[in-house]
Design a protein. Structure first.
Length: 262
């Protein structure tokens, strides 16, 4: 069984930053493996350690800089990686879900995995739709916001998180796409040995031409028109004095706002 894990490099912005046009300058940015994808990598590696998966492959869309992030997934136990990038991608100000779906679909068609894992969402854009969109595009069954699963032959017994703290238990036929929620496991730290081994593991770079795609296939239907730092609404009031005085002042504020028993 081959498990393919879609991972993404997310942007973390410094507390103080400046917006320049439609972007934030690189000097205010740091990059890291998406938190949700870290749990997906751990789930795949656990399958390999249990003898269920024969190979764990990660795939990401990103420039050469993203290889540092990919190496962390390799250091944690993935066997090899595919990085998709092209000049046409570099020219795109925004890759929406549809564009990412077309790129990942081409990789899935080339790899033919039995199971695709992806994080529920990315920590920066938080769209939360790419995994399910990919499943639809490749014709795989799927389950979203997965908090636990067990493989049983050609079937996955899946526990899903729903709204309001409700969980659903469903069976999904393989091949399938599962989007992984945080808390499903405890992602491991990369060991020094794993980090050294990751340096020799394969990262295959695929261009649009390699995937039989054209620049038109990655044009986004969403246009980024403005970027700004939202202004905070509301006010902050500091309560002076000792604990008793602060409690009395807080009670007065609550009464002013109509909160409390009549």
């Amino acid at each position: 069984m081959q498990v393919l894990v879609a991972v993404t490099e997310v942007v973390e912005v410094a507390d103080d930053f400046e917006i320049e046009g439609l972007s934030i300058d690189d000097r205010y940015r740091e990059y890291d493996l998406n938190e949700w994808d870290d749990y997906a990598v751990e789930a795949a590696v656990q399958l390999a350690e249990a003898g269920v998966a024969d190979e764990v492959v990660t795939v990401t869309v990103g420039p050469e800089r993203a290889e540092e992030t990919i190496r962390m997934a390799l250091a944690k136990g993935a066997d090899r990686a595919v990085r998709v990038w092209d000049d046409a991608l570099a020219d795109q100000p925004l890759l929406d879900v549809a564009a990412k779906t077309r790129l990942l679909r081409a990789v899935v068609e080339a790899e033919s995995p039995d199971l695709v894992l992806a994080g529920v969402q990315a920590g920066d854009d938080a769209w939360g739709a790419t995994g399910v969109s990919l499943a639809h595009a490749i014709g795989y069954e799927w389950a979203a916001v997965v908090t636990g699963f067990e493989l049983d032959g050609d079937r996955a017994h899946v526990r899903r998180e729903l709204e309001g703290g409700v969980e659903a238990l469903v069976d999904v036929e393989l091949p399938a796409v599962l989007t992984i929620q945080t808390g499903i496991n405890e992602p491991r730290y990369a060991s020094l040995r794993g980090i050294r081994q990751a340096q020799s593991k394969e990262i295959a770079v695929r261009t649009l031409a390699d995937l039989d795609l054209a620049a038109d296939d990655v044009e986004s239907a969403i246009e980024l028109t403005d970027m700004f730092e939202p202004t905070a609404e509301g006010e902050t009031r500091f309560l002076e004095g000792d604990a008793g005085e602060q409690a009395a002042a807080l009670a007065e504020v609550l009464r002013e706002r109509g909160v409390g028993a009549e």
